[in-house]
Design a protein around this ligand. Structure first.
Ligand code: ZN
Length: 149
């Protein structure tokens, strides 16, 4: 087993270098603009929902390595999933980062995203990791701008 901390670093570096689902998305049904003024992260998330399924999702914007990697991983994980499941992932991700989700007890659907647990120990980066999830939540709820402040 490799060290989870090392694996976390690798995933962040890899997704920051080659973010998945990065770019504009035409014909989106939902979108939101997410801001984290503390760090300067600024993302636009566009989503296509058809029959309650996240058919497509893309993001653009600027941000630090953690926010970009988190956005990339978030899009990979919610694409093709029912909106209800995406919402559950938003809740679980927030819970995991805030330390309210006990992954040993609660069955979690985050899989590889559990790597972000490391961020819990870096309070200044928590908002960077949560930003794409907060933005997804806003997009799905028709709120166009979200700020972590
Ligand atoms: Zn950041």
């Amino acid at each position: 087993m490799s060290d989870p901390r090392e694996l976390y670093q690798q995933v962040i570096i890899e997704h920051n270098k080659k973010p998945r689902n990065y770019g504009d998305l035409e014909g989106c049904t939902h979108q939101a603009h997410g801001l984290n003024p503390l760090c300067g992260d600024d993302i636009v998330l566009k989503v296509v929902v058809v029959d309650g399924i996240v058919q497509d999702i893309r993001f653009t914007g600027q941000g630090c390595a953690i926010s970009k990697a988190s956005s990339s991983l978030m899009t990979v994980n919610v694409k093709g999933k029912p909106v209800a499941e995406a919402e559950l992932m938003v809740d679980q991700f927030r819970g995991m980062i805030r330390g309210t989700l006990d992954t040993a007890v609660d069955p979690n659907i985050l899989g590889k995203l559990s790597l972000f647990q490391n961020v819990k120990n870096l309070p200044s980066r928590v908002k960077c990791a949560v930003l794409p999830w907060a933005t997804l939540h806003s997009a799905l709820h028709g709120e166009e701008i979200v700020s972590t402040e």
